[in-house]
Design a protein around this ligand. Structure first.
Ligand code: F6R
Length: 261
């Protein structure tokens, strides 16, 4: 696992975006796993800059979103389908119908969730998965006690997650109680994982995920099972890391040939 501590949230976005851009530059038809929420906004902004500068193109790429609420139609702005369309598909220029969302409106949610995992496999698997992390350690919407082997499925959102996401809705009452999320087992099948965290509210979750014991109570600790993980955090999110000095030393001494531009 590479842990990169950066001075500002904008730097976190830039460095994480460089990682995604290097995957797409090598493989224009790459499959990208897409997170929503505030954390990846800097990544998408920096990728858009690279697209506008014609450094990379997502026209051939494909995308699979991490999660979607249950029971919200795709049109309202708070649905993750809207967020992905607004922040990712449009600005990055993904080709039409090349980005899929879990179906939170299916009559048979379980069948649709299984089919989503099958669609990821049929696309050849995710080349690089973008992740944020919840203050309670969730990745995707795999709330504490999610199995490390879990697949895409329906989950009940933790009350603290509903409260955290109420900022995107008119009121807490309107935040759905359930979601469909890629499972931890699904996420771990991606070839590379890139997790970003900014701000002191994420410091405990980041430290427990990176340095704590493997525990389903900290879903982010599943990252430790993966061979290729980059964790990019700002100073505030890094503030509880015991070995911060070592991570900074390692990054400062990283050979140029291993750096993404
Ligand atoms: C969103 C997702 C979640 C968020 C997490 C942090 O697709 O999968 O795990 O990354 O809830 O949310 P923000 O970034 O809004 O703090």
């Amino acid at each position: 696992m590479e842990i990169i501590i950066l001075s500002t949230p904008a730097e976190v976005g830039r460095v994480a975006a460089a990682k995604i851009a290097s995957v797409v530059a090598k493989k224009p038809s790459a499959v990208i796993g897409l997170a929503t929420g505030s954390s990846p906004q800097g990544i998408y902004a920096d990728l858009q800059r690279r697209v506008d500068a014609r450094e990379i193109s997502f026209a051939q790429a494909r995308g699979f979103a991490l999660d979607e609420y249950v029971g919200i139609p795709p049109e309202p702005p708070e649905s993750y389908a809207s967020v992905i369309a607004r922040d990712v598909v449009g600005p990055l220029g993904f080709g039409p119908s090349r980005v899929r969302m879990p179906d939170g409106l299916a009559d048979d949610l379980e069948f649709a969730a299984n089919e989503y995992d099958a669609a990821i496999r049929a696309a050849g698997g995710v080349d690089v998965q973008i992740l944020g992390i919840g203050a309670n350690g969730h990745i995707g919407f795999n709330e504490p006690t999610s199995s490390f082997a879990s697949r895409t499925r329906i989950k009940t959102l933790a009350p603290s997650t509903r409260e955290a996401n109420a900022r995107f809705f008119d009121s807490l009452d309107r935040v759905p109680t359930h979601c469909v999320t890629q499972g931890l087992g699904t996420i771990l099948e991606a070839r590379e994982l890139v997790l970003v965290a900014q701000g002191s509210a994420k410091a405990d979750a980041a430290a427990a995920s990176v340095e704590g014991p493997l525990s389903s109570f900290v879903p982010g600790s599943a990252l430790q099972l993966h061979e290729h993980v980059t964790v990019a955090v700002d100073e505030a999110a890094a503030s509880k890391l015991k070995h911060a000095d070592y991570y900074k030393y390692t990054y400062a001494n990283k050979p140029n040939r291993q750096r993404n531009q």
